[in-house]
Ligand binder design. Structure first.
Ligand code: GRG
Length: 339
């Protein structure tokens, strides 16, 4: 049975739009800046059909709810909260990484300055919490809502830890794969794990919630590894990111860590990463070194291993048809994606 995400995407969009309503005319621009980041408006706050996010986390949440026997509509507040947490983290990440472009458009801080950028991100995080509290309106028991809030808080703490490690590791050529795995587990997989866990919680999965969480976590690990590949070899127009942006900012991604471990690449890559002036030509040289030692194949293979782990966890969850198939096809699309 082929997976048509449109009904879920439409419902996610409607939930997001209903929560992102400005409380007064005076603060409408604050909400418009959030709408800009989400791809609904252009820089002059006119309706836009800009490239928006893939909505992976809310999709995982709704499908996990359905797969565990629940009505996926009951997980919509959690799905919206997850997408808003994700987007809040992107707005702040763009500031911290000094990134001028996201999804092919200038980032919020780049258009309206740092002070607004920080405040827009913070507002989105608060709205995410308000979105989650809407679970109470759907007759979900208060104890379940409290558990959901605890999961989100735990995840936010993980995101901060992962971001800390990501920043701290920049240009640190001694970082090993184990440390990298801890970093991406916190900055990326934790939110995927929370997405499937919250969906399963809303769907009443009981003891099988841990299997859903594991499914999301493993998939998140695979997702980040593919993201590392796209951060170097992705097509600029498709990813909406500047070319080889991860290398430009000397990120310690899995491709770089693997290549540093290869004797015939180590010296050249160290010399390039240690340069003060990393020009386009140096970046092309670094990419050529990575290609020479088969980095891409290695990282793709590691991502496939995590995908397999994810599918195993999903089998253990005894997910219901057809949502089980939908989750499997979503997992496959995550690993095969080009943006
Ligand atoms: C929680 C207080 C608090 C701070 C957050 C900024 C930060 C600390 C964490 C950043 C975490 C981060 C940006 C991880 C990267 C994850 C990643 C690869 C995102 C891209 O996800 P996609 O491709 O994005 O799903 P789209 O554009 O589809 O929405």
């Amino acid at each position: 049975m082929s997976f048509d995400p449109q009904p879920y995407l439409d419902a996610i969009e409607a939930e997001l739009r209903s929560i992102l309503c400005a409380p007064s005319e005076a603060v409408a621009p604050l909400y418009d800046m959030m709408a800009y980041h989400l791809g609904w408006l252009d820089q002059r706050f006119r309706p836009a059909a800009a490239a928006h996010g893939k909505r992976l986390r809310p999709l995982l949440c709704l499908l996990s709810c359905e797969a565990s026997g629940g009505d996926w509509h009951h997980a919509l507040p959690a799905a919206a909260a997850l997408e808003l947490v994700h987007n809040f983290s992107l707005i702040h990440d763009d500031i911290e990484d000094n990134s001028p472009i996201r999804r092919g458009r200038p980032t919020v801080w780049n258009v309206w300055g740092l002070a607004h950028g920080i405040n827009v991100g913070d507002t989105m995080l608060v709205v995410a919490r308000q979105a989650l509290a809407r679970l109470c309106d759907l007759s979900i028991p208060a104890s379940t809502v409290l558990t959901a809030m605890d999961i989100v808080d735990h995840t936010l703490s993980k995101l901060c830890q992962g971001q800390y490690l990501d920043i701290a590791y920049e240009g640190q050529l001694g970082v090993r794969e184990e440390a990298y795995l801890e970093m991406i587990g916190a900055k990326t997989a934790a939110l995927f794990a929370a997405s499937t866990q919250l969906g399963a919680l809303a769907g009443g999965a009981g003891e099988r919630i841990t299997c859903y969480r594991e499914f999301g976590w493993q998939l998140g690990m695979a997702f980040q590894m593919v993201d590392d590949i796209l951060g170097i070899w992705g097509d600029v127009d498709t990813t909406g990111k500047p070319v080889a942006s991860d290398i430009r900012s000397r990120k310690m991604t899995l491709p770089v860590i693997f290549a540093l471990g290869a004797s015939d690449a180590h010296e050249q890559l160290v010399a390039l990463y240690q340069r003060e002036d990393l020009t386009d030509d140096h970046i092309s040289q670094a990419v050529a070194v990575l290609e020479r030692v088969g980095v891409r194949e290695y990282v793709q293979q590691r991502a496939s291993q995590y995908e397999a782990g994810a599918l195993e966890a999903l089998s253990a969850a005894a997910a219901l048809f057809p949502a089980d198939q939908y989750l499997r096809s979503l997992a496959a699309s995550v690993v095969a994606r080009e943006r």
